[in-house]
Design a protein around this ligand. Structure first.
Ligand code: NAD
Ligand code: DAU
Length: 344
């Protein structure tokens, strides 16, 4: 019998790429793609897959905070494994208001864990983030986040993710729930919502607008192509040890200024005409860097994509999918953009 997997947040950026990867590879799976379709969820991210794989993929619109609905879905589809992506995921929105972040990232995780405990599960994988570890000094490049680094979240987003991770840990220790946790660095690639740095900058430039660079532009992130992240998650689901945390990274630290230069170059734009320095993000973490040694040594996973090539693939995807992002950059999005970048 095919593996019966519940994928939460499956209509978002990484969730939809994960479903695409598994079905594209011909894995023997039956996937229940669950999503509330918030502003960040988009059924268009899954539409071609739903048409191509009607026997292997179903979509269910549901809120992970609704225990009754989750129980029904679990029973109806005989769920045995969970990959939990669903979250409020944007740091800037968490600074505007943390309520939805606590609700989805903490309460929603607790609901999933309780349903898993009550109805049974073979594997539950929590998709988390390197942001739970806080920030690193920029003048000590040898220091990176390991799985033993203490949790020191600095934004309401990362605090809510850390709380979810702590709940997952507690259900392993207290109830013996078979859980796995992954903590990944910044992803980029197709279907990335254009409020995040790379898709925002690429689409702004395509619209002839400027790109808003926070502070001095010298904050550092470790960038990983989304397909590599999805492959890592599948590896952990198959080979990871229960109760363990696995850090996933690209070994690809870049300042935001460098990212901006690369994007401008690839798009034939000039710095002075295209970049606008704007007010810094409050509490802006200076540097993230991942030590992914455990993934390599224990599970044999390493990223396969090189940044220089994958960023070009990503930009090309936005060039050939204009209707996808133009549809998003309207209505509620424009209100958010105005509020975020002009404070009005
Ligand atoms: P995203 O915002 O693109 O997608 C999140 C999805 O979750 C959306 O489709 C949304 O509709 C859905 N969702 C939100 N609240 C829900 C609820 N209450 N019930 C059901 N569905 C709900 O986010 P993403 O970038 O794809 O991130 C996915 C996961 O990966 C998140 O848990 C995030 O913390 C984690 N992560 C992201 C990155 C990154 O660089 N994007 C890196 C590391 C970890
Ligand atoms: O590290 C993993 C995390 O990466 C995930 O957990 C989050 O869900 C994901 O959103 C991402 O968080 P970041 O805050 O790092 O990503 P974002 O794209 O928002 O910002 C990347 C960097 O670019 C950060 O230093 C802030 C800066 N930035 C961002 C935006 C949106 C700008 O300079 N200008 C901008 O307009």
């Amino acid at each position: 019998m095919s593996r019966r997997i519940l994928v939460t947040g499956a209509a978002g950026f990484i969730g939809s790429n994960f479903v695409r990867l598994l079905l594209g590879r011909g894995e023997d799976v039956f996937i229940v793609a669950l999503d509330k379709l918030t502003y960040a969820g988009n059924l268009a991210n899954l539409q071609d897959l739903l048409e191509k794989y009607p026997k292997k993929l179903v979509f269910v619109k549901a809120d992970i905070c609704d225990a009754k609905q989750i129980e029904e879905i679990w029973r109806q589809h005989q769920i045995r494994e969970v990959v939990h992506f669903a979250a409020e995921s944007h740091v800037d929105r968490s600074i505007m208001g943390s309520g939805p972040f606590i609700q989805t990232n903490v309460v929603g995780t607790q609901v999933l864990l309780d349903v898993a405990k009550g109805l049974g599960v073979d594997k539950y994988l929590q998709v988390s983030t390197d942001e739970v570890y806080g920030t690193l000094p920029e003048d000590q490049p040898e220091i990176k986040f390991t799985e033993e680094t203490p949790l020191q979240p600095n934004s309401p987003y990362s605090a809510s993710k850390a709380a979810g991770d702590c709940l997952v840990r507690s259900y392993f220790h207290t109830f013996g729930l078979p859980v796995l946790t992954t903590r990944c660095s910044n992803n980029y690639g197709p279907y990335h919502f254009p409020e995040k740095l790379i898709p925002l900058f690429v689409t702004n430039l395509m619209e002839g607008k400027k790109v808003p660079l926070y502070g001095d532009g010298m904050n550092v992130r470790d960038w990983l192509y989304v397909e590599d992240h999805c492959d890592a998650i599948w590896t952990v689901l198959n080979k990871g040890r229960m109760g363990e945390v696995y850090n996933i990274g690209g070994n690809n630290e870049l300042t935001n200024r460098r990212i901006t230069e690369v994007v401008l170059l690839q798009m034939g734009k000039n710095w002075d005409e295209s970049v606008q320095y704007v007010k810094d993000r409050p509490g802006h973490d200076r540097r993230y860097a991942i030590d992914a040694g455990k993934m390599k040594n224990e599970l044999g996973w390493e990223p396969k994509h090189r940044f220089e090539q994958a960023i070009q693939t990503t930009i090309d995807w936005y060039r050939t999918h204009e209707s996808w992002w133009r549809g998003i950059k309207s209505g509620e999005y424009l209100k958010y953009y105005q509020q975020q970048y002009t404070g009005r």
